[in-house]
Design a protein around this ligand. Structure first.
Ligand code: PRX
Length: 567
């Protein structure tokens, strides 16, 4: 049955209770995301249905039915309990997009522990920051990534268990234990932790302008938002083969790469391989993917290879396409229409919002270039930049803000309530993005309101990069900003003032780039380093990234009256 109902109809009769009723949730009675995504689907008689089609980089394929997801996630939950992990403990998932990542997350949730996924390309400094802050008790990883964890163990006294998923024939080290999803005795039944709407579920780290990355803490109640948005925006229907290209190290990969498809009982396909246009098309063709959730950078990468490549494949299976993470340029929408016969629908949300907030969706008139309208049940506005009050005049640029209270809103930043509170002003949650709203209520994205860099849809905090840069022996001071890039939208550029004696050192820029890649991740690595004598600062000594960024983008530099010296 189609999920399509007009936007106006949805708004008129909207209540989150509709989701509760469909999921069989009753006020005051416990529920659990892990169980709703597996046990419940089996109880509906869909145990034999394929939940996951997984394909690895070498072409190996595995399929899991809902009943297997149910039993294997029980096995994970019981395994963790056997290791002494209790509800509320943070359990990290640090691996490639292997089946254990998806099923393990469900197991952690069933136990009532907090799942903390981290992107597998993170290197040691990125890991330490996030594992130390969360006081993570256990980490699931594989032999491919365990070495990075070994290097930082001494800095992580709270990390008691390093659980290696493919340890057969592998020499285990300090604090390491083996757990194999495939060979552990299967646990047929496991009583899921009786969670409530406020019980912590997932912890996703995200970067801001200042300070270290912050852990957005989500709750089991988020399922209401994820369920309805998956149905109504992504339009996932029972017979769909759904492919979300995001890695569960990021929020899209959990909200819509684990929870969304499984709570709706659909079949999801996962490709654990690096990007390649032909491989992606082959994957869609082979598995008859019908619903595809991806990102503008990926679309631009596909565009580079043109429609000729598209024509070599039979992609007629595609029914609905959505995108998230960065502005979706009108060009990409037009190209996708030409290439796939379907436009990409833009959706806007954040790690903090837990689910789609503003979107174009079936049943609604789409204005290309606009992010669409707020999801039913979401009160969204733009606030004026100074007073932070809602702007009433259409077309005025302000800060995107949401009225708190939707089910999937983050409940705090982990051990950082002060920063959480600072994001709620005059009763609005301030997103950190700027937009305008037109006379028909459509939102038009303008840009970030802070210095966070969005590279290929991933947020990178300048502070984290600058802190790492300062650890290089040649660096006296630095500033990291986003510079325009035709494919990734932005890439990191670092301005660096050197310590005396390092000027003119050959290949120093490459050396520093590599230094950051090895410490943080390939995403955070500056693509360009510009050596400067000094950096522009305010009178109080704060580096003015805004000015450096404006230069890169060819924008007016703005008020420089607070500058001390020119960079
Ligand atoms: O700046 C906005 C941008 O990505 C940010 C959120 O990033 P993150 O928390 O990592 O979550 C990413 C995926 C949910 C936003 O504050 N962003 C996200 N979607 C869009 C977008 N920018 C423009 N258009 C979008 N559709």
């Amino acid at each position: 049955m189609s999920n399509i109902v007009s936007y106006e109809e949805r708004i008129k009769s909207f209540s989150w209770d509709a989701a509760k009723a469909e999921l069989g949730l009753k006020d005051g009675q416990p529920f659990n995301i892990g169980a709703l995504c597996s046990d419940r689907i089996c109880a509906l008689g869909l145990g034999a249905k394929t939940a996951l089609i997984w394909e690895g980089s070498e072409g190996k394929e595995r399929r899991f039915s809902y009943d297997e997801i149910r039993v294997l996630s029980n096995t994970f939950a019981a395994g963790l309990r056997g290791m002494g992990i209790v509800p509320g403990d943070r359990v990290c998932l640090f691996m490639d997009k292997i089946p254990e990542l998806y099923i393990g997350a469900i197991g952690i949730l069933k136990l009532g522990a907090i799942a903390q996924p981290l992107f597998s390309a993170f290197m040691q400094d990125s890991l330490i920051t996030r594992l130390a802050d969360a006081e993570t008790r256990a980490i699931f990883t594989t032999t491919r990534h365990v070495r990075k964890v070994r290097k930082i163990l001494k800095d992580l006294p709270k990390l008691e268990k390093v659980i290696v998923l493919d340890a057969e024939g592998f020499q285990l080290g300090e604090r390491e234990v083996a757990f194999s999803m495939d060979s552990a005795p299967r646990v047929e039944s496991f009583e899921p932790f009786p969670a409530g709407p406020e019980t912590p579920s997932l912890l996703h780290y995200t970067s801001g302008t200042t300070g270290k990355p912050k852990g957005a803490q989500h709750v089991h109640g988020s399922i209401l938002s994820q369920y309805l948005t998956t149905k109504w925006v992504l339009d996932v229907q029972p017979d769909d083969i759904y492919w979300c290209t995001a890695d569960p190290g990021w929020v899209t990969g959990t909200s819509y790469g684990i929870i969304g498809p499984w709570v709706t009982g659909s079949t999801q396909a996962v490709l654990d391989a690096g990007f390649s246009s032909s491989r992606w098309y082959e994957f869609i063709q082979k598995h008859r993917v019908t619903m595809w959730y991806s990102a503008p950078t990926a679309i631009r990468m596909l565009m580079k290879e043109g429609t000729e490549l598209v024509r070599k494949f039979d992609l007629s299976c595609l029914r609905h396409l959505c995108s998230v993470g960065e502005p979706l340029n009108a060009e990409a929408v037009l190209w996708s229409k030409e290439a796939f016969g379907k436009p990409f629908y833009d959706t806007f949300w954040q790690t903090e919002t837990g689910a789609i907030m503003i979107a174009n969706y079936p049943g609604m008139e789409v204005k290309p270039g606009s992010m669409g309208k707020p999801f039913p049940g979401i009160t969204a506005t733009v606030l004026d930049l100074k007073e932070r009050q809602p702007l009433s005049k259409p077309g005025t640029v302000g800060l995107i803000a949401f009225k708190p209270g939707w089910p999937s809103m983050f409940r705090t930043y982990w051990r950082n309530e002060a920063t959480y509170k600072s994001k709620i002003v005059n009763g609005w949650y301030i997103s950190g993005d700027r937009a305008s709203i037109d006379e028909d209520g459509y939102f038009w994205f303008v840009g970030r309101d802070d210095d966070v860099i969005n590279t290929a849809g991933h947020l990178v905090g300048p502070f984290e990069i600058e802190s790492a840069l300062l650890q290089h022996p040649a660096v006296a001071e630095s500033a990291a900003v986003g510079k325009p890039d035709p494919v990734n939208m932005e890439v990191v550029k670092a301005f660096v003032a050197l310590k005396p004696g390092f000027e003119g050192k050959e290949n120093l820029d490459l050396e520093i780039m590599n230094f950051i890649r090895k410490k943080l991740s390939p995403l955070a690595m500056p693509q360009e380093i510009e050596f400067v004598k000094s950096l522009p600062k305010t009178r109080s000594g704060k580096i003015m990234r805004r000015m450096l960024r404006a230069k890169e983008w060819g924008e007016p530099i703005g008020d420089t009256s607070t500058l001390d010296d020119e960079g």
